[in-house]
Design a protein around this ligand. Structure first.
Ligand SMILES: [Zn+2]
Length: 116
């Protein structure tokens, strides 16, 4: 189930737990539904990074970004995981390029072993 479809049904993402540097949420029916992984927010990160990642989390969980971007049709990767791309505005802080640049600038890595 996509985030957009779940939002239309009135489903709210339910926090499941921490998985390395990611927070896991469940969407949709139980059992069943979809697990969503979003980056956890580091306590020590600068405010602009926290705000960008928070916006990215909301976009992923609700299928729609503040910049107007909507979740695209999901495609299944070879590892079986579904990816639904979202085309953010070029200056949107939740977009891949802007977040990557913020992480580079502040020396932040999402370390799968230790988390943020
Ligand atoms: Zn956006």
């Amino acid at each position: 189930m996509t985030s957009r479809r779940a939002a239309r049904r009135g489903d709210k993402p339910e926090f499941v737990g921490r998985n390395g540097p990611y927070d896991t949420f469940r969407l949709g029916p139980k059992p069943g539904g979809t697990l969503l992984l979003v980056p956890a927010i580091g306590d020590a990160w600068p405010a602009e990074v926290k705000n960008a990642v928070e916006r990215r989390r909301r976009a992923t969980l609700y299928g729609r970004c503040d910049c107007g971007a909507r979740q695209g049709r999901p495609k299944r990767a070879p590892d079986g995981v579904l990816h639904a791309a979202m085309a953010h505005e070029h200056d949107c802080p939740a977009g891949n390029e802007v977040i990557a640049e913020l992480f580079r600038f502040h020396g932040i890595t999402l370390d799968p072993e230790t988390g943020p």
